[in-house]
Design a protein around this ligand. Structure first.
Ligand code: GLY
Length: 357
């Protein structure tokens, strides 16, 4: 099992990565000198698969929330907090979230707010959750106006990434999660690209359990290095937004219905590659390598029918905007360039190019 250290103003914490770690949750908690949680919160899909067993092993309550992005909202936070009140959770208690980024973001935000903050553990069960959402302390929920518009930095006490849970993940979600791995690799460790499955027909069996562990641990290590240097996203952490400016706009323009987040990031990485090349930040070889890595993840829903101007209109309301507009992150041959200003007209041009294929 890999063990990585994350730094935070709220207290440093550990991410453990390895197949079967959730099945050995009591042992892991003992090793990390943590008490058993009193409440496990999952969603109705993941709860029966991966939440109920650890709940039984630790004799704690299990709450299962409705699934999906539309349930990542105030009502869910209220429901969780009222459940915690009902079971008498006090300030010294630990809660645990088991599931994808929607669940860990929502439960983390509830933990940040309940009794003005209780400790929690994240057990991500999606690849995207393991390599990105559950690591780094961002928590939050959506508003009707957009994603993650309310939230806080409230890192868990421990992240348990049981890579064996990936075996129950639909292949489409695995592919989507791998887009965040490509992003991490491009930012911090190009050699990681060589560990990606060498088939576009990707499933859990495309890699060995040890290879999944390595892939996740190395992706977390890249994120840890960044977050340890810049938890509050004053500078370096912005690098993690590579592929996300166009990605978020595509998600918003399609009502969060068509594309999984990782699929939108895959399109966003391709748009960023074109922009990087146009600006001379990325060589032709670099662009080709990045395109091949994204292409290697297999198919994703198309975007050819979308109106490019409408999509790029959503870039203007991205929550990352500052007084000067949106600062893009663009790929260079050996990493990324931060704070790149891209006029809307150029973004539209690049998107149209992407749509033509
Ligand atoms: N998902 C981007 C970040 O954690 O900063």
């Amino acid at each position: 099992m890999a063990r990585l250290e994350l730094k935070s103003a709220h207290g440093d914490y550990i991410t453990v990565v390895g197949p079967g770690s959730l099945g050995r949750v009591r042992e892991v908690l003992e090793q990390e000198r943590l008490a058993c949680p009193r409440s496990i919160v999952a969603d109705t899909t993941v709860g029966p698969l991966h939440g109920r067993k650890p709940a039984a092993a630790m004799d704690c309550t299990a709450l299962e929330l409705p699934c999906g992005e539309t349930n990542k909202n105030w009502a869910a936070v209220e429901g969780i907090c009222r459940h915690w009140l009902a079971i008498g959770l006090d300030r010294s208690a630990l809660a645990m979230a088991v599931g994808g980024g929607i669940v860990t973001d929502t439960v983390g935000f509830a933990a940040a707010s309940y009794l003005r903050g209780i400790a929690w553990i994240a057990a991500p069960t999606t690849l995207l959750g393991m390599v990105d959402a559950a690591v780094g302390g961002k928590t939050g929920v959506n508003l009707p106006e957009g994603k993650n518009l309310v939230g806080s930095f409230w890192p868990p006490r421990l992240v348990i990434a049981d890579t064996a849970t990936l075996s129950t993940l639909p292949p489409r979600e695995l592919r989507a999660g791998l887009a965040e791995v490509v992003k991490a690799a491009w930012i911090g460790d190009h050699a990681l690209l060589a560990l990606l499955p060498d088939t576009t027909d990707i499933g859990y069996d495309s890699l060995t359990p040890h290879e999944w562990e390595t892939l996740v641990a190395r992706s977390v290590a890249i994120k840890a290095e960044i977050v340890n240097a810049d938890e509050r996203e004053a500078g370096l952490r912005k690098a993690l937004n590579l592929g996300h400016t166009m990605g978020h706009a595509l998600e918003a323009a399609t009502g969060y219905q068509r594309l999984l987040h990782g699929e939108a990031v895959a399109w966003g990485l391709l748009a960023a590659a074109t922009l990087g090349r146009r600006r001379g930040l990325l060589s032709a070889d670099g662009e080709e390598t990045l395109r091949r890595a994204v292409g290697g993840l297999g198919s994703r829903p198309g975007i050819a029918d979308l109106d490019a101007e409408t999509v790029c209109g959503f870039i203007a309301v991205d929550k990352k905007r500052d007084a000067d507009g949106i600062a893009w992150v663009l790929p260079t041959d050996d990493g990324v360039a931060l704070d790149q200003r891209v006029a809307t007209a150029e973004a539209v041009e690049v998107l149209k190019e992407l749509q033509r294929g």
